[in-house]
Design a protein around this ligand. Structure first.
Ligand code: PPS
Length: 302
């Protein structure tokens, strides 16, 4: 029996120093994970005992990379082909958050199930003979860091009180929300050509949303007409999702977010330019170059 315990921690800004206490972490089997698991779900998802189905779909993201966006696109596509999911207050549309949902609850969902998760590749629900599918969403790490910093500072439950510089230092040490950014993204990137993996980016969605709606529908083997694709894209713009308060955090923002803050913050490519100093840019570019060398992966930063 593996040992498991859960600690919801916080970063403490004390005497001009940030104490490196992860904001929210799970200790499991001697390792520490800054993932959004709960005490009930951690043993199943980190222990690899979740019962998958052949037709499961998992939307995999490093936090703040487009989780809500792609989950809601998927939800809207599924509704076009009459897959009416159970709607729950804590879902994105009809898509549940695997990491915090009890496996017993997910077992009650009709097939084909669609779920989203921040788990790294090595913990992703899997089965050697299963044909379950993964949509992996990646976003350039500069905008991810800025989005995480704002999210962790503006969410009541995290209440991060360090500076932007404090946060960036943690992020580059692999202590962002979700753990090491490059471990996460590169492990999935290695599987980008697997038949059951669709690897898409936030920046591609921003460039041509309708095209990516088509790509996702095609991957899921649903044939949507051009009009249907347009309708899905129209429902999934930043403005539409913000207005319709998609997702539990926004729906309950009076309880979840600090005053006047929205989960739907900016929704653009390149906001990092408003945060990074020239020195931070230089160090971060070097960090990216080192990690991406020889991988074939590159990002669009503006
Ligand atoms: S979470 O908490 O991990 O689920 O967050 P996640 O959904 O991955 O990422 C939140 C960021 O995505 C932006 N967002 C969008 N951008 C463009 N279009 C649409 N439709 C959209 N929906 C969400 C959201 O604003 C967060 O990014 P920032 O840069 O902070 O605005």
């Amino acid at each position: 029996m593996k040992k498991q315990s859960l600690i919801a921690g916080k970063i403490i800004h004390y005497q001009h120093k940030t104490q490196e206490v992860p904001f929210y972490h799970t200790e499991y089997d001697g390792d520490v994970f800054t993932l959004a698991l709960s005490e009930e779900t951690a043993p199943t998802y980190l222990g690899g005992t979740f019962k998958t189905r052949n037709d499961d779909l998992l939307i995999m993201t490093y936090p703040k990379s487009g989780t809500h966006w792609v989950s809601y696109i998927t939800d809207q596509i599924r509704k076009k082909v009459s897959l009416q999911n159970t709607e729950n207050d804590f879902y994105i549309g009809g898509i549940p958050f695997l990491d915090r949902t009890a496996p017993e609850e997910l077992a009650l969902l009709p097939s084909p199930r669609a779920m989203y998760s921040h788990l790294p590749y090595r913990f992703a629900p899997n089965h050697p003979s299963a044909t379950l599918k993964y949509i992996v969403v990646a976003r350039n790490p500069k905008d991810v860091a800025v989005s995480q910093f704002n999210f962790l500072s503006n969410m009541k439950m995290f209440d991060f009180n360090g500076s932007w510089d404090d946060f960036l230092t943690l992020f580059m040490k692999g202590k962002g929300f979700g753990g090491s950014y490059f471990d996460w993204v590169l492990q999935w990137w290695e599987h980008k050509d697997d038949d059951n993996v669709l690897f898409i980016t936030y920046e591609a969605l921003k460039k041509d949303l309708q095209k990516e709606v088509g790509t996702i529908s095609h991957f899921l083997k649903y044939s949507l007409s051009v009009t249907e694709q347009q309708e899905v894209a129209a429902a999934c713009t930043f403005e539409a999702m913000k207005k319709n308060q998609i997702g539990a955090i926004e729906k309950h923002k009076a309880q979840t977010m600090k005053k006047n803050k929205s989960f739907y913050r900016k929704g653009v490519v390149g906001d990092w330019k408003n945060y990074f100093s020239p020195e931070q840019t230089k160090a971060f570019d070097h960090w990216c170059k080192t990690n991406l060398k020889g991988t074939g992966l590159s990002f669009i930063f503006s």
